[in-house]
Design a protein around this ligand. Structure first.
Ligand SMILES: Nc1ncnc2c1ncn2[C@@H]1O[C@H](COP(=O)(O)OP(=O)(O)OP(=O)(O)O)[C@@H](O)[C@H]1O
Ligand SMILES: [Mg+2]
Length: 1063
């Protein structure tokens, strides 16, 4: 059962998931190694993953056999040390998924099966940790998989790198720039269905956090001859077919195009407009979407496609010769479309296509072109338009990829990762100027590879004084020189021939080349070749023995292509274009520039030199791509073809140098700087020479003598495992250092924070205390002032009002008035009232009156009518008796009753006798006879008109009020009273002597009913009353101990009234 390995993205910890054994955790790459061997599946272990481990490392057969065994298992990647060899599988192996990316993230290079992502990750980590610019150089012949590898690398970075803080869209733009550039710069060739027809070097910029923040693309020499001509079996650039296949009807109508590539002469030269492996329609959609992502507006897309369409229309421009054999445009329709699409004047374009402007002695002359010349001019225009548009496109993409932070200071801290995907070495049946340039480029890159790996490596060992057995390798510098050397090089000779006055042709160039270079071991021409080889060489051909093999070039077109001539009037016409793109592509300054422009080959040479400089300034990583067969078939391993590539790519030499050499080297300073934390003596600083420090360090790390060598300026470590162990130790150490730094920093950070908080708290506290203190002081001051004022006021309180006593007086007044509120009398009887200050005396009196009135008013409002009556009666009683009769005070607290007898107690006869007269008051009384003074029980009734004396059921006496002349009563405590009656009335029996237990009440009621309030006499000593006609009676009152009513001897009624305490 296969063992499963789960890689945690940092790569530090590996968890081995085994069905039968407990889960095992191992730390660092040690852990990785512990588990790697078992984690690798049997399939992974096919052959060797690194050619360095090859037993017979000098044998090319063994090398190829290893490649074959792995290829058969679809293991397309194998290392030679840090160099990755990749064999194009021509099938989707499903090895570029997100999972695969995770698997290779943060893991040491050799600890996982070889993969492009391992290179990608190693480069990225070097970029981040060492902060050195990196370059991944991908080489190999056409169709070997360079472009695919570049795309996968970009995808890896886009998906695994952290997103930038701003401008996250840059990742999409980096990815989406690819389909657009491929549409315009790639084409189907015999070697590759998606062959890059331009060189591309792309920089990806990373910020200090490792996030991609921008990019820049350099493009190299687009193969523009393809626009007008394709070899059999090849196509023009993809975009033409994509537009015709995928473009919407409406778009095609606007561009004046038909949906049929066969209608366009520029698309039928190779006779294979349709290719099964290419889906132009879906590619079109991808390109359209990508254009939007890289900031193309709808108008810009339309402008761009107008240019593409104009190239197709140009191809369909036909000429016919007139009588003077001058060319005339016959395809008016095409001309009409061109005028619109290129935004130029129709007549100017027509003239420019059929005439050539010559400036002779300062005068401009128009010379008509013949058919052949017109066709040449047309094709030159098509090529110029397309290639300049391509350059514009690259610039436009660069603007979209440019880091938006380019101005900010952090920009300076960005590091750059370069990806080089340039056209591969190619050999066709018919090879021309383009192949010459392409192969020269590959020659230069091989030279760089040699310099950076083989040569420099060996030179370094020598320089460092390390014992070393040199490895033989083929240095292609001789070929590079042959091509580029000043004066003697092929490019120089070609340029000379182009610039020379007189009749220079491709053949004169060849002759010149033969004359100048003659016996160069890498150049052959028909003339220079021996008998045997001559047969394989045409007269117009020369053969170069490239590092990658022999290529025979036909010189036809070399001069033209190198000159890259565009007739002046065509240039002028294009400069007058109003199309936004064309006006940028054809600059008017070009017309006035008298200097002859650099030839194509020289321009290319210069740009390559620049490229080499760029690459040299970076830390290189290599991916060497191998093409397994020419038929683009999966699973086919063409040994001859592969052996050839292994040879010219110098892989065997690479391996031999690698085996003999050391896996790793670093300057002492750099090595010490990186690993010094691993040794107590070198940490944190080493005071002596770096070399000695490194010696101490490696001793401490326990390096065995065979594991390393000390050079003059560098340490060389032979085996990767030694370095891994050191790296692992560093990783562990870093963790602890990081923890320490973190702890220290946190401590510092929090202490700073604490101190800040403390400072703030103290500040707030002191401020608050100050505020409180100030408030208190102000209060005290105010209090003291107030007290002082009061005292002063008090002293002067009797003085007239002046500023000094005003406050006191006001205070006394205010407090009197305020206190008064609380000390007001509670009721009418409460006579208390606070003493007012002298100044308020009058006011106080008024207030008091008001208060009493108010209480009275309130009291009055609250009493009931019954109570009112009661009080009125009581008031009358008081008026009459107060201070005059002894038993009055006793009556005060007793309420007067409305009547002392109910109607049920009065005889109905009496009631009947009274008729309608109501009884207002009834009370039992004792009547004393006028003669004998016998007491008789009677009822006294008051009606509205009379006092009625009733004996049981009989009205004994009725005294109308009119006849009631007065009432007499003693001043003592007795309860006798006399009702005095008008004497004249005969009916009246005389005055009536009565006694009532409620004498005060009874008399008050009688007085009120009879309106005799002022007629009550209160007598001292005795009362005289009329006892009958002519006879008066007397009642004598004397005070005694108790009530006694008797008839005295003198015939008077003697009443002894008890003394009351109250008197
Ligand atoms: N790793 C791969 N996995 C699957 N297919 C691949 C891989 N690499 C290359 N191919 C196939 O091979 C074809 C050619 O590859 P690619 O275009 O990358 O070649 P190239 O080296 O860039 O060639 P040229 O120099 O012509 O541009 C691709 O279109 C693809 O079909
Ligand atoms: Mg390519």
């Amino acid at each position: 059962m296969a063992l499963q390995v789960e890689l945690i993205p940092t790569g530090e910890i590996i968890r081995v998931v085994h069905p039968h054994r407990p889960c095992k955790l191992a730390l660092g790459s040690d852990g990785v190694r512990v588990t790697m061997e078992s984690a690798l599946t049997a399939r992974d272990r096919v052959g060797v993953q690194d050619f360095v481990l090859l037993e017979n490392f000098t044998s090319e057969a063994a090398f190829i056999e290893n490649l074959r065994r792995r290829f058969r298992e679809n293991l397309i990647y194998t290392y030679i040390g840090p160099v990755l060899v990749s064999v194009n599988p021509y099938r989707d192996l499903q090895i570029y998924s997100r999972q695969h990316m995770e698997r290779y993230r943060g893991v040491s290079f050799y600890e996982v099966p070889p993969h492009l992502f391992a290179v990608a990750d190693t480069v990225y980590r070097a970029l981040r940790t060492e902060r050195r610019d990196q370059a991944v150089m991908i080489s190999g012949e056409s169709g070997a998989g360079k472009t695919e590898a570049t795309k996968r690398l970009l995808q890896f970075y886009a998906e695994t790198c952290p997103a930038p803080e701003r401008g996250g869209a840059v990742r999409d733009r980096l990815l989406q720039s690819n389909p657009v550039l491929e549409a315009f710069g790639n084409a189907k060739t015999l070697r590759n269905d998606n062959s890059s027809r331009f060189g591309k070097y792309m920089d990806v910029q990373f910020d200090f956090k490792g996030a991609p923040v921008g990019g820049h693309i350099l493009s190299y020499l687009l193969e523009k001859s393809r626009v007008v001509h394709q070899n059999h079996g090849e196509r023009n650039f993809h975009i033409f077919y994509q537009l015709l296949e995928g473009g919407e009807e409406e778009l095609l109508r606007r561009l004046g195009l038909e949906r049929n590539p066969q209608s366009y002469l520029y698309l039928v030269k190779g006779q294979c407009a349709k290719v099964s492996s290419i889906n132009d329609k879906s590619d079109w959609k991808v390109v359209r979407k990508a254009l939007t992502v890289i900031d193309f507006t709808e108008d810009e897309v339309e402008d761009l496609l107008s240019i593409v369409a104009s190239v197709l229309h140009l191809g369909n421009i036909h000429f016919a010769a007139d009588e003077e054999s001058n060319a005339q445009v016959t395809t008016e329709n095409q001309l009409k479309y061109l005028t619109r699409l290129l935004s130029v004047e129709g007549s100017t374009l027509r003239e420019a296509l059929t005439h050539r402007k010559i400036i002779a002695k300062g005068e401009e002359l128009l010379s008509p072109l013949n058919l052949e010349q017109a066709a040449y001019a047309r094709d030159a225009l098509a090529k110029a338009v397309y290639s300049r548009t391509f350059t514009w496109l690259v610039e436009k993409i660069n603007r979209s990829l440019a880091s938006k932070d380019a101005e900010s200071p952090s920009w300076r801290s960005t590091t750059v990762l370069g990806l080089l995907d340039i056209y591969g070495f190619e050999v066709f049946q018919h090879n021309s100027f383009e192949q010459f340039c392409i192969n020269y480029c590959n020659e230069k890159l091989q030279q760089l590879f040699i310099e950076l790996t083989l040569k420099s490596e060996q030179e370094e060992y020598e320089a460092e004084g390390i014992a070393w057995e040199p490895v033989q390798y083929f240095n292609n510098k001789i070929i590079c020189d042959l091509v580029e050397e000043k004066f003697k090089g092929i490019i120089s000779i070609l340029d000379e021939e182009c610039l020379r006055p007189g009749e220079a042709t491709d053949l004169t160039f060849l002759e010149k080349l033969e004359d100048t270079v003659k016996h160069h071991p890498h150049l052959l021409t028909h003339k220079l070749a021996d008998q045997r080889t001559r047969k394989s060489l045409g007269r117009g051909e020369f053969r170069l023995l490239h590092y990658a093999g022999e290529v025979t070039y036909s010189v036809t077109g070399f001069l033209d292509k190198n000159n890259d001539l565009l007739f002046r009037n065509l240039k002028e016409t294009m400069c007058s274009s109003e199309s936004p793109i064309m006006s940028q592509c054809f600059d008017r300054s070009e017309l006035s520039d008298k200097k002859r422009p650099e030839t194509v080959a020289t321009q290319f040479k210069m740009s390559l030199l620049q490229l080499v400089e760029i690459l040299k300034s970076k830390e290189p990583a290599y991916v060497r791509c191998i093409k397994p067969n020419d038929a683009k078939q999966p699973g086919r391993f063409d040994e001859v073809l592969i052996r050839h590539q292994v040879k010219y790519l110098g892989l065997m030499e690479n391996l031999r140098v690698r085996r003999a050499g050391f896996a790793y080297r670093r300057k002492y300073e750099v090595f010490l700087q990186r690993y010094k934390s691993l040794c107590p003596e070198t940490w944190p600083t080493w005071a002596g020479r770096p070399q000695d420090g490194v010696a101490v360090l490696v001793r401490h790390l326990g390096y065995k003598p065979e594991e390393y060598k000390m050079g003059r300026t560098k340490i060389f470590i032979r085996f990767p495992k030694t370095l891994f162990a050191t790296e692992d130790a560093l990783e562990v150490r870093r963790q602890s250092l990081a923890t320490k730094i973190q702890a220290a920093w946190r401590g510092f950070h929090w202490r700073q924070k604490f101190l800040r908080v403390k400072r703030s708290a103290i500040c707030i506290q002191s401020w608050w205390r100050g505020t409180l203190g100030r408030r208190k002081a102000a209060k005290r001051k105010w209090a003291a002032q107030t007290i002082r004022r009061l005292i002063r006021g008090f002293i002067l309180r009797h003085a007239p009002r002046c500023p000094e006593n005003a406050f006191f007086l006001d205070h006394v007044r205010t407090s009197f008035l305020l206190n008064l509120r609380r000390q007001l009398p509670r009721n009418v009887l409460d006579t208390s009232w606070p003493t007012p200050p002298p100044a308020l005396r009058e006011a106080s009196e008024l207030l008091r009156e008001l208060c009493v009135k108010n209480m009275v008013w309130k009291y009055c409002r609250s009493i009931s009518p019954e109570w009112k009556q009661q009080l009125q009666q009581k008031a009358v009683a008081s008026e009459i008796f107060k201070g005059k009769k002894d038993n009055y005070p006793q009556s005060v607290p007793r309420l007067f009753i409305s009547t002392r007898l109910g109607t049920d107690e009065i005889s109905p006869k009496v009631l009947q006798a009274l008729g309608s007269e109501p009884i207002q008051y009834a009370v039992p009384v004792v009547k004393y006879d006028r003669k004998g003074y016998k007491p008789r029980s009677r009822q006294l009734l008051l009606t509205p008109n009379a006092v009625v004396i009733v004996e049981d059921a009989k009205v004994k006496q009725r005294i109308d009020y009119a006849n009631l002349t007065g009432i007499s009563v003693s001043s003592l405590s007795d309860s006798l009273f006399v009702l005095h009656v008008q004497r004249e009335d005969n009916k009246q029996k005389g005055d009536v002597v009565l006694q009532s237990d409620h004498v005060i009440e009874t008399l008050t009621k009688v007085a009120l009913s009879a309106d005799r309030v002022n007629n009550i006499n209160i007598n001292q000593g005795s009362i005289t009353f009329a006892g009958g006609p002519g006879r008066d009676g007397v009642i004598d009152f004397t005070p005694g101990s108790e009530l006694l009513i008797t008839k005295a001897k003198n015939g008077h009624l003697a009443v002894v009234a008890p003394r009351l305490n109250s008197r």
